[in-house]
Design a protein around this ligand. Structure first.
Ligand code: MOS
Length: 694
């Protein structure tokens, strides 16, 4: 179907802006009625071993305490196959900070105080919490996140390496980092007495109410129809709310212990550092082999990362190098080091973000080694088709992004010589990096459109992580129905709307949007342009007929100016520019925020973010916003994002590519490359530190 873009492409103001601005948008933890029961967990203080005993007597005596849940009295789960989710089902300790008990009380304060009175006796077992890329325990998981293969070889890598006139062979490291959405993880669960429906209502802060419901149903052994999950607003997720975590199931177990009363569990910032996942640290060896003119003959990208012993998460770190540049021979591999620590998870552009740091810094090193401008090097290695699968690109405008960015950034004024611009005690330099992120459409969502009194109620169980998805979907619905946005009443984040895919992998708006377009088509086929009250149609996510024909990604180019203090090594980023090619930009205002947010997170990764795991104790010591630094306004200089017009008829009816993650991909590499240009010092790890430049 062809849609006439009227609302799409315009900066429609956020439809939920007013309710958020005046504070009446309710987030998960806000759904605690006056009779709520508050939960506070007791977390293990040892990284591995067994709980010998839990003394709950002092806690239980505190006025206001209802009960203390332990592995002795907590209800058994129907499915205990996932050790991250099975909370209070046995006495085994897999990591420090694991839930070993929970207090339910009339107030959050009493629950917290009582939790401090619970005495746990442990039998400690030997553990290992020091990530080691040479560990004897390294293993190859079956598949990586999103079912990517761990190892790939294309072409004759040895020949490619052997034929090279110029080689870069370096090891890059990215830090373990934790997601810090403004809204910490939280759940409120209400278990209704027999006979009432639904049996269970859960307010969860999640990127997918559908997944939350399915996971609860499976673990608790309930029918999905007996559960409703609601999440109209999410205060940031960055992937950590893309899948469920132990606290959700604990909240549900607790609700079953106090039927008829909502149980509220709002994690503290500190608890998020053990319970909701993180970005794994990586060690990445990248080899780039090229002719003297800088034409790649081989790329190898071998990754070691950390996972948990009790559950495997393998990030697709090197996937970026499989399709980015036109090397005739490519090899990638992933190995995991299993530690007695919490399991990693998705964090904004899992894979592409850390992988692009290594790949794009290596490309910068190759440019220097070949005596080429880094833009020219990339132009010389621009593939005609996707090197990984030989498919043509549905659209690939990396070159246009590089050229547009060069123009905007006045790249031609750059002196190629590093360490050549010292002003007022600061070394100045500029750098760039390319970026890409796959364009995905996930199945299967459903959407319903119902007409009443001049308005179209559109329901889909989508998630808006604060990004503006709700607004963009409203625009899509308006154009698909050929009506004004003021006639659309969109509701999201409610399992009553039927299943919907996750707000993740930058696939949300594209997948849900295609579903709404399908519903709109059916609606208009059935009722024409003059529907009657009560007219209703459902839609589902259509398959993309082009999915097998074309390789689909968004692309972009980051430009950064960095100043490094000659005496103190302090790094500043006075200027960043991102130019993106991401199909039709549905809402320029919210898209700009998305891009800038991603770039800011990349800046944060480059300069600050590092979870410092103390291997002696197995926990992250800087587990709060005082110790774990996230970029603030003071870190951000002049930052701008723009995009080129890109018409891609293959990705979806809207012509839009996902934009939630591409802003972070490559951003830290551009900064590291600029720092190298400024100082002549090559930093191959994140975050960049003062001591690197002294
Ligand atoms: Mo995003 S890390 O795919 O939720």
């Amino acid at each position: 179907m062809t849609m006439t873009p009227r609302a799409m492409g315009t900066s429609v103001r956020r439809v939920d802006g007013p309710e958020k601005a005046i504070g009446c948008a309710l987030y998960a933890a806000d759904h605690a009625a006056v009779d709520a029961v508050h939960l506070y967990p007791v977390l293990s203080t040892v990284p591995r071993g067994r709980v010998l005993s839990v003394d709950t007597a002092a806690a239980a005596e505190l006025p206001g305490v209802l009960c203390v849940l332990t592995s002795e009295n907590a209800e058994r789960m129907a499915d205990t196959s996932d050790r991250e989710w099975t909370v209070l089902q046995d006495r085994d300790i897999d990591f420090r900070g694991q839930i070993v008990a929970a207090v339910l009380a009339h107030s959050a304060e009493v629950a917290r105080q009582a939790a401090g009175l619970v005495a746990v006796d442990y039998e400690e077992a030997p553990f290992r919490a020091r990530f080691d890329e040479a560990s004897g325990e390294l293993f190859t998981p079956e598949l990586l996140n999103l079912n990517h293969h761990t190892d790939t070889t294309d072409g004759d890598v040895d020949a490619g390496l052997g034929a090279a006139a110029v080689t870069v062979d370096e090891v890059y490291r990215t830090a373990m980092t934790h997601p810090n959405p403004m809204e910490p993880h939280a759940a409120v669960a209400l278990w209704r007495p027999d006979g009432a429906a639904p049996r269970l209502t859960v307010h969860d802060t999640t990127q997918s109410v559908t997944a939350t419901r399915a996971n609860i149903a499976r673990l608790i052994g309930l029918d999905e129809d007996d559960i409703e999950v609601l999440c109209p607003h999410v205060g940031g997720g960055f992937g950590s709310k893309g899948n469920s975590h132990a606290h959700l199931f604990l909240t549900v177990l607790a609700a079953r212990a106090v039927p008829g009363r909502p149980v509220r569990f709002a994690l503290t910032r500190e608890q998020m550092y053990t319970l909701v996942g993180y970005r794994t640290p990586t060690v990445q060896r990248v080899r780039l082999a090229a002719s003297a003119e800088g034409r790649l003959t081989a790329i190898t990208h071998d990754v070691v990362q950390q996972t948990a012993r009790y559950k495997t998460f393998g990030e697709q770190t090197a996937v970026y190098s499989r399709s980015m540049y036109a090397a005739p021979a490519r090899r990638t591999s992933h190995r995991l080091d299993p530690l007695d620590v919490p399991v990693p998870t998705w964090m904004r552009a899992p894979g592409e973000c850390p992988g692009s740091f290594a790949a794009e810094v290596a490309m910068d090193e190759l440019a220097v080694a070949c005596g080429l401008d880094p833009i020219e090097l990339r132009l010389r290695n621009e593939p005609d088709v996707d090197p990984e699968n030989g498919k043509p690109f549905s659209s690939r405008n990396l070159v246009a992004c590089l050229k547009r960015g060069a123009e905007r950034f006045a790249w031609h004024t750059r002196r190629q010589e590093p360490r050549s611009d010292l002003r007022d005690g600061w070394w100045h330099g500029t750098g760039l990096a390319a970026c890409a992120f796959p364009t995905m459409r996930l199945r299967s969502s459903t959407a319903t459109i119902r007409y009443r009194a001049g308005h179209y109620a559109v329901a889909i169980a989508a998630a808006d992580l604060g990004t503006g998805a709700r607004t963009a979907l409203t625009q899509i619905a308006a154009d698909a129905l050929d009506v004004g946005v003021e006639q659309i009443e969109l509701s999201i984040g409610d399992t009553a709307a039927g299943p919907a895919t996750v707000g993740g992998a930058s696939s949300g708006t594209a997948s849900w949007g295609a579903t709404i377009v399908d519903a709109a088509e059916r609606f208009r086929d059935k009722y024409g342009e003059h529907p009657d009250d009560g007219d209703e149609a459902d839609g589902t996510t259509p398959d993309n007929p082009w999915a097998e024909e074309y390789s689909m990604h968004a692309y972009g180019a980051h430009f950064a100016e960095v100043a490094v203090h000659a005496d103190t090594g302090e790094v500043r980023v006075p200027r960043m520019l991102g130019v993106f090619a991401a199909g039709r930009i549905l809402n320029p205002a919210t898209a700009r925020s998305q891009f800038l947010g991603g770039m800011t997170m990349g800046l944060s990764m480059a300069l600050h973010e590092e979870s410092v795991l103390d291997p002696r104790f197995g926990h992250v010591v800087n587990h709060d916003l005082a110790g774990y630094h996230v970029a603030t306004s003071a870190d951000v200089g002049q930052m701008d994002a723009e995009w080129i017009d890109e018409d891609d008829p293959y990705v979806n009816p809207m012509g839009a590519k996902g934009i939630g993650e591409i802003g972070i991909v490559g951003a830290a590499a551009a900064i590291a490359n600029a720092a190298s240009h400024a100082t002549g010092i090559r930093v191959r790890s994140t975050p960049l530190k003062v001591e690197h430049f002294l």
